[in-house]
Design a protein around this ligand. Structure first.
Ligand code: 6GU
Length: 265
């Protein structure tokens, strides 16, 4: 996969030489290049922004500078990604489809109040695949951290990057739609806290059941929104018993937590 990142802070992307992504680059699995947007400016001050039409606080990034950069970097089969707090949330399913389908990503990191809205519209009109994405419901100073997040989440899914592909299966936000169960290692007693005995039992079936129950309980507690989205066909009798103990019932469309009023009736 080829990835081009455009930013006014190329140094922000330095961590992409480290760890797993750094190794994927050295191994030739990903060809990643970081560009300074100011290289496409033509004035002495290398200006990339201007005041917003309609007034208001802050500055907006100029479409002409972005247009010059993106015309040069986008090819026939590129996917243009724009990190913005007003984008659709990045999910594991999105990262998986990018890792599976895209050959070339161009990530345009905005700063200030964002990039002139005509830029995304223009490339979409020209037939480029354009996606505005967000990391979540909070505001960052620019798209650089979001680019790091997107790249790490996609690159680790490329064939040959993660040593044991099985470790991609059971983790949180995997196909089961549940958060991951808690994990433990040696020593078996640490500051008087013991590892759950079932994990030392050597009984594979019991370990699997315990982990599934822990994943269900954690998801119910921390992410009830994810639990509601589970397909009831994926829930067996023991899953339903565990959920029932947690106060949930499995309806036609998935698990539901009866409201206190409904219980009182
Ligand atoms: Cl992608 N960009 C910015 N600036 N803020 C964010 C974000 C992105 N996602 C969440 N907050």
């Amino acid at each position: 996969m080829r990835i081009d990142v455009v930013t006014i802070f190329p140094d922000y992307l330095a961590p992409l030489s480290l760890s797993l992504v750094g190794k994927a680059r050295t191994a030739g699995i990903v060809d990643l290049r970081v560009h300074d947007l100011r290289d496409w400016t033509t004035d002495r001050h290398r200006t990339v922004d201007d005041t917003p039409f309609g007034g208001g606080a802050g500055m907006v990034m100029r479409p002409d500078i972005w247009g010059a950069a993106l015309d040069e970097l986008l090819g026939e089969d590129s996917h243009l990604l724009l990190p913005t707090p007003s984008g659709a949330s990045l999910t594991q399913r999105r990262s998986e489809s990018i890792a599976r389908e895209d050959e070339h990503l161009v990530i345009a990191c905005g700063r200030y109040e964002g990039i002139d809205a005509r830029v995304a519209a223009h490339y979409a009109d020209r037939g480029v695949r354009v996606s505005e994405f967000s990391l979540g419901d909070y505001v960052l100073n620019g798209g650089e951290v979001a680019a790091l997040v997107l790249i790490e989440s996609v690159v680790r899914l490329l064939p040959g990057v993660v040593g044991n592909p099985h470790s991609l299966v059971e983790e949180s936000h995997g196909e089961a739609g549940l958060l991951e169960y808690p994990v433990y290692t040696k020593p078996p007693v640490w500051r008087e806290a013991e590892v759950p005995p079932v994990l030392l039992s050597g009984h594979h079936g019991k370990v699997e059941r315990w982990r599934r129950d822990q994943a269900l309980a954690r998801t119910a507690e921390r992410r009830p929104d994810l639990l509601r989205r589970l397909d009831p066909a994926e829930l067996d009798k023991k899953d339903r018993a565990t959920l029932s103990e947690l106060g949930w019932t499995v309806g036609e469309h998935g698990p539901v937590l009866p409201s206190p009023e409904a219980v009182a009736d």
